[in-house]
Design a protein around this ligand. Sequence first.
Ligand SMILES: NC(=O)c1ccc[n+]([C@@H]2O[C@H](COP(=O)([O-])OP(=O)(O)OC[C@H]3O[C@@H](n4cnc5c(N)ncnc54)[C@H](OP(=O)(O)O)[C@@H]3O)[C@@H](O)[C@H]2O)c1
Length: 294
Amino acid sequence: MNVLVTGSNGQLGMEIRALSKGTRDHYIFTCLHETPGVETIPLDITNRAALDIVCESEKVDVILNCSAYNNVNRAEDDFQMADLVNRQGVENLAAAALARKAVLIHVSTDYVFDGRSHRPYREDDDAKPLNSYGATKLSGERAIISSGCKYFIFRTSWMYSSYRKNFLKTMLELLSKPGQVNVVCDQVGTPTLAGDLAGFIVGLISSRKIKKNFGLYHYSNEGLASWYDFACEIKRLFNLPGSVNPCLSSEFPQKAERPGYSVLDKELVKKTFGVQIPYWRDSLEAFRNSVIKD
Ligand SMILES: NC(=O)c1ccc[n+]([C@@H]2O[C@H](COP(=O)([O-])OP(=O)(O)OC[C@H]3O[C@@H](n4cnc5c(N)ncnc54)[C@H](OP(=O)(O)O)[C@@H]3O)[C@@H](O)[C@H]2O)c1
């Protein structure tokens, strides 16, 4: 199976790179911007012609989209760019997949929901994004669904890894010195280790389950936490000197509104693919153990 990966120098893309090494599938890694030391083919998903050329020349069977415009606050002022990547770019990928009869694997977000639920969100719950990022990601999902291509969409949440900028890395830095760090305690979701989602996707591709059960699924780690809980657990596990202070979203105004509750229900993905999903605290501890040897 020839697998074209877009946005492969992002968090998820880098984990896919690492995990794909042990498989029999042939992965082709593409990036918007080159990263020194990382082997890659340049590809902008908003360039349909360039995308078609790569898909044809590499005889692509699977397109795995790890690319996105992910800056949630900046998307409020830069809707056009966010829409270009998260909707138009994704529409291009769906059209390319349809033309080649390839399967498109796409990743979306818990931020398609408005956060007013009192139970974990299911795939068929109404999506009503509160911010531009969520709106453009939802448009991307809809473009795939209406394209007629074979697709998997996996909505995930609060992703972290050792790559790029993410909440875990910010907290490791801020809490590495004594002093108080204010973290919001009224937004609840689930931290997700990028390597867990990458492992699931790479496993799906090599298990050939990729040939059926197309559709929209939720995949995050198990359990739930506020950003404050997540920060406290980072402090505890990494034994950091800084203190975590709970605050409300209203005390920490941000350009983009975030859902107060965005826990995802994972029953469908677990039942369909027979997978076990790690609890978020266990994944954070496993991550810690992988970077710190006691
Ligand atoms: N991070 C989270 O907490 C989170 C939560 C929920 C859902 N998700 C979704 O999960 C997926 C993976 O997220 P991530 O955190 O791994 O993302 P990431 O680290 O921000 O990486 C995104 C990648 O997309 C690339 N990219 C941007 N515009 C592009 C374009 N026009 N053509 C090709 N590549 C382009 C970026 O390239 P450059 O860096 O070179 O610009 C970057 O390599 C995304 O769909 C995201 O929306 C993420």
